[in-house]
Design a protein around this ligand. Structure first.
Ligand code: HSE
Length: 304
């Protein structure tokens, strides 16, 4: 039996104003996947660790759906077994669904020697996201597959640009959502002033990455008029914790991906203080899981 083990990292999508077009890879946490080929002609899934009621039917599972799409597009008849060793909390905005789908596409490209381009891999992996949020957004899977910072330059067709990400300290408060996705509550009618600011903030994020300027990056990613208003409203402590983290000297604070986790960037010597503010601030939130201290990363999914 041919098989391959991969590590698929967490990602933080949107990076403030870049709804569905920006994402960045993080060093920790990672999920592990073992992908094996067999002669059953079927796709099967097994989850180890914290299974979190993740569906095992391939048509309802992000990894399963991405694999089915690859087998269909490439007319491959072999069976695939997916073993996911779950270390990340699902439904928290850390790209864990994207990580499973990306890990499978990366592994099958190697196992079957398909020589897929980066854009083909992103286009296949994003199909898995339909099982999670109902929409094939490419941001998380692109950052997981390629590492670093990604910009989805085009959705039709998929075309993704990867930028080398400066090494910034990151503190996450992992908070789960009470519903599967909040995408349906987002309004795109933000008005002229906010639209202009949103575009300016997106440009600032890119400029800050090119100039490796953590302060400018933090400022730029702390404002978002599309997803933050809706997603922060579901976190009662959000405004107070954001204010306290920024007052302590962090450069930026924002919802991570689809929420309800939050992400802060700050200097190394402030990481413990920011973590303590988050621990205390979210202590009474029933959906709060833990605080993670990590960093931005230029590594995407890789063989273990
Ligand atoms: N861009 C996506 C969203 C990322 O904001 O819904 C979360 O999957």
């Amino acid at each position: 039996m041919k098989s391959i083990s991969v590590l698929a990292p967490a990602t933080s999508a949107n990076v403030g104003p870049g709804y569905d077009i920006f994402a960045m890879a993080l060093h920790e946490p990672c999920d592990e996947l073992v992908i094996s080929l067999n002669d059953t002609g079927k796709v099967s899934i097994e989850i180890e660790g914290d299974t979190q009621n993740i569906p095992l039917d391939p048509k309802d599972n992000v990894a399963g759906l991405a694999v089915l799409e690859l087998l269909k597009r490439k007319k491959i008849k072999e069976g695939v077994h997916i073993r996911i060793v779950k270390h990340m909390t699902s439904g928290g905005g850390l790209g864990t669904t994207g990580a499973s789908a990306s890990g499978c596409i990366f592994a099958l490209d190697r196992l079957l020697d398909l020589k897929l381009t980066d854009n083909e891999k992103v286009d296949l992996a994003r199909m898995g996201e339909i099982a999670s949020g109902g929409s094939p957004h490419a941001d998380n899977v692109a950052a997981c597959l390629l590492g670093g910072f990604v910009l989805v330059k085009s959705y039709h067709p998929i075309d993704v640009l990867r930028l080398e990400m400066p090494d910034f300290p990151v503190v996450l408060a992992v908070i789960t959502k009470s519903q599967r996705t909040t995408r349906g509550f987002i309004t795109y009618e933000i008005g002229q002033e906010k639209l202009k600011e949103q575009m300016a903030r997106c440009s600032r994020v890119i400029h800050a990455i090119h100039t490796k300027d953590i302060e400018e990056f933090g400022k730029a990613f702390s404002v978002d008029h599309i997803a933050e208003p809706v997603r922060s409203a579901a976190i009662p402590e959000y405004k107070d914790v954001k204010r306290a983290v920024m007052k302590a000297g962090a450069y930026g604070f924002q919802i991570s991906g689809g929420g309800s986790s939050v992400i802060a960037v700050c200097d190394e010597d402030l990481v413990d203080d920011v973590a303590a503010i988050m621990e205390k601030g979210f202590a009474n939130n029933d959906h709060f899981v833990k605080v993670i201290k990590t960093r931005t990363s230029n590594f995407g999914v890789r063989e273990k």
